[in-house]
Design a protein around this ligand. Structure first.
Ligand code: SAM
Length: 302
């Protein structure tokens, strides 16, 4: 499945790439946003594309072929942003030209990861429970969480990372079921969630397993901590006048971004460009339903 980049027009509006400027796409994915930036910062502007998932880096290799020496791709976590920049010596230009004019974070996962991998991200396909973006960088899997964490810790993860109102009931059921044998697949887990929740919950607007799956994915990949770590690194990395754009897909992420930006604005390090989060248009959500929950926030470094 090909990923459609969300809020493309708005990303360009807030990042405002100009010829010869340099950008970092912390979540390069399949390169949808990166391509738009590279079309604007030609002829000599550079782009550093980072992604934690090695498969996504493979999917963005076409950028290197198309834009040649203007693209550097790195398979790593954006939580190591400054280290990556130093190691790659990005943007490696003569003094005065070596500035970083914009940083983009398009959080969460791509359609390709959701439906095209065997990591158990989706409840639509029966797969093993894994959910790691990168097997080499973490040993924690969703299978380990449901089978090895205490009932209390599972409950807390579902409540805090999934805002799941039936977190207690689901954690209790997981704990009971795993006594019979290891919970290994997405469909096994979905059955457990179904058994633990009332029937009206099964007919809700979102699938009854959505919040549990989100919570597990966030916990496995330490997504909220990574976000908290990258935001200050991104601000200190940007040159004065440089822009930060963040797209989030659920309220936990958006709250972290919103609070961070307002703290920085109070300190006088940035000016917020989006008083309210920017959402996708009705036209965009019609063709790309994933865009429905996208929220974009942007700031400029002072
Ligand atoms: C929504 S997709 C980005 C799509 C991209 N903007 C495009 O146009 O194709 C989010 C990407 O973030 C990556 N990701 C998640 N956590 C990450 C992390 N800690 N560091 C780097 N990349 C991460 C995922 O692997 C995924 O490819």
């Amino acid at each position: 499945m090909i990923h459609t980049a969300v809020l493309k027009k708005e990303v360009l509006q807030y990042l405002s790439p100009q010829p010869n400027e340099n950008f970092i796409d912390c979540t390069v994915g399949e390169g949808g946003h990166a391509e738009e930036i590279l079309l604007k910062n030609k002829p000599e502007g550079k782009l550093l594309g980072i992604d934690l998932d090695p498969q996504q880096i493979v999917s963005s290799h076409w950028l290197e072929a198309h834009f040649q020496n203007r693209v550097t791709l790195v398979n790593n976590s954006y939580s190591h942003l400054q280290e990556i920049i130093e190691r790659k010596n990005f943007p490696c230009l003569p003094v005065g030209r070596g500035q970083i004019h914009g940083i983009l974070l398009d959080l969460g996962m791509s359609s390709a990861q959701l439906e095209g991998t065997e990591k158990g991200f989706t409840f639509k396909i029966d797969q093993g429970l894994d959910m790691r973006y990168n097997d080499q960088m973490g040993y924690l899997t969703s299978e380990k969480i449901v089978n090895e964490w205490s009932e209390e810790k599972i409950e807390e993860a579902l409540r805090e990372h999934g805002e799941e109102k039936f977190s207690k009931k689901i954690a209790k059921k997981i704990f009971e079921e795993r006594k019979k044998g290891r919970i290994k697949t997405t469909f096994q887990l979905i059955e457990i969630i179904k058994d633990a929740t009332p029937s009206q919950y099964w007919r809700g607007k979102i699938h009854y397993a959505t919040r549990t799956f989100q919570a597990l994915r966030i916990a496995v990949n330490d997504e909220l901590e990574n976000l908290k770590k990258v935001l200050p690194e991104a601000i200190s990395t940007l040159s004065a006048g440089g822009r930060l754009v963040v797209i989030s897909f659920h309220s936990l992420e958006d709250r972290i971004v919103k609070n961070f930006l307002s703290e920085e604005a109070k300190k006088g390090t940035i000016k917020i460009l989006t008083k309210k989060p920017v959402c996708s248009s009705r036209e965009e959500t019609k063709v790309n339903p994933r865009a429905r929950s996208a929220k974009l926030r942007a700031a400029i470094k002072l």
